[in-house]
Design a protein around this ligand. Structure first.
Ligand code: NAD
Length: 352
């Protein structure tokens, strides 16, 4: 069954969950003269068969994973768009995980100061997070996602059949963002995943679709109320403050969602240290993320390296660290007054 969720951003657009991407994409690009399909080598075989009747398609293959989100990739895309004569009435389509939709969206944002683009996410993380919300960008030598633009797609087409080839590891990593949506806003998500492992979840197509639809609805709701990220949108960063530090510290050997999983437990423990969140809710974080096979601890002796990295978080203001916390399931708050010993105490509880 198809679910359509409307996102209210700088323009309104639909996220279509449960569709056949090829047929909807053909209809969606009918009015453009030229379309650039941006994909990585990993998706090549799936893209080849896509041949619409009326639109001129240009196939632009880029590196896989974070290798796509480089200034060199973007430069290549600009050159290809230029050589193919892309105008303001043409469009870009990004087909792939979050790395590809981030790159394709930013190429669309920057070409001729902004042309239309459509996202076809193929990972759980892309479907519930990266493709929705209008943040596009690439990495810099100084950190992830430092160069970018807010530029919402015209449409997001979610075809869950992509997920059959996704590794269990990437599937579980994407579920960390789904679980986050459960904790910050939609507690029903937690009921749906609690006690289940990845195999059980991915084996139940209607459950997968329900989880994706609910998570998209959470993101659409938050983005609609705060497109350019003041505190409203910051709730989506629940678990991400330590998560980002862990990503950097692990030199990206952990998936984003794996680092966020540890960060979610840390955020819950921090709220516990500050007397804001009860132990049952903290335990629920550990229980759900453990049964998904996601990491929930990090080495004790890494704290001295992680603590300085926390200051790089986008939510920090001056010397003040800010965390998104919970006072109950679905009740978010801002923690701005955590001192060094409280942070160390919370970290001690997630240390291995
Ligand atoms: N713009 C945003 O708001 C936002 C939000 C969250 C994450 N992100 C970004 O998204 C990226 C992470 O996204 P990701 O986890 O999708 O990573 P990814 O794009 O690197 O994909 C992970 C791996 O899965 C493979 N893959 C993709 N689809 C597949 C499929 N259907 N079957 C088999 N393999 C497949 C890819 O080739 C890749 O090797 C990060 O760069 C992150 O910064 C952006």
């Amino acid at each position: 069954m198809i679910h359509t969720i409307r996102v209210h951003a700088e323009h309104e657009y639909d996220v279509v969950v449960g569709c056949d991407w090829q047929s909807i994409l053909k209809d969606s690009i009918d009015s453009y003269t030229r379309v650039a399909l941006v994909y990585s080598s990993a998706m090549r075989d799936h893209i080849k068969g896509f041949k619409p009747d009326n639109t001129e398609i240009h196939y632009f293959e880029v590196a896989d994973g974070e290798g796509a989100k480089t200034s060199q990739s973007l430069q290549s895309l600009w050159n290809w768009l230029g050589a193919a004569g892309f105008t303001r009435s043409d469009a870009v389509v990004g087909i792939g995980g979050g790395t590809i939709t981030d790159l394709a969206g930013f190429a669309a944002a920057s070409w001729l100061r902004g042309i239309d683009w459509i996202a076809v996410p193929t990972t759980v993380a892309g479907m519930v997070d990266a493709a929705i919300g209008g943040k596009t960008g690439i990495n810099s030598d100084y950190g992830k996602n430092l160069i970018g633009a807010f530029h919402s797609p015209q449409k997001v087409l979610i075809d869950t059949s992509w997920l059959t080839t996704l590794s269990d590891r990437d599937f579980a990593a994407g579920l960390a963002e789904v679980v986050k949506c459960g904790f910050i806003m939609d507690g029903k998500i937690l009921d749906l995943v609690n006690g289940k492992g990845v195999a059980e979840i991915r084996g139940d197509a209607s459950l997968v679709q329900d989880l994706i639809t609910r998570s998209v609805a959470v993101k659409a709701h938050v983005v609609g109320s705060d497109f350019k990220e003041s505190f409203g949108r910051e709730v989506l960063n629940y678990g991400h403050t330590l998560g980002h530090a862990i990503e950097i510290h692990s030199k990206y050997s952990l998936r984003h969602g794996e680092a966020v999983s540890i960060g979610l437990i840390f955020a819950a423990e921090l709220a516990g240290v500050k007397g804001l969140l009860d132990s049952k809710s903290i335990q629920l974080h550990k229980q759900i993320l453990t049964s998904l096979g996601l990491p929930t601890t990090y080495p004790r002796d890494s704290w001295q390296h992680l603590y300085p990295l926390l200051a790089l978080d986008k939510k920090s203001r001056g010397h003040q660290l800010r965390f998104v916390g919970l006072s109950a399931i679905g009740e978010t708050l801002r923690i701005e007054d955590a001192n060094e010993s409280e942070l160390a105490a919370a970290y001690e509880r997630i240390s291995s």
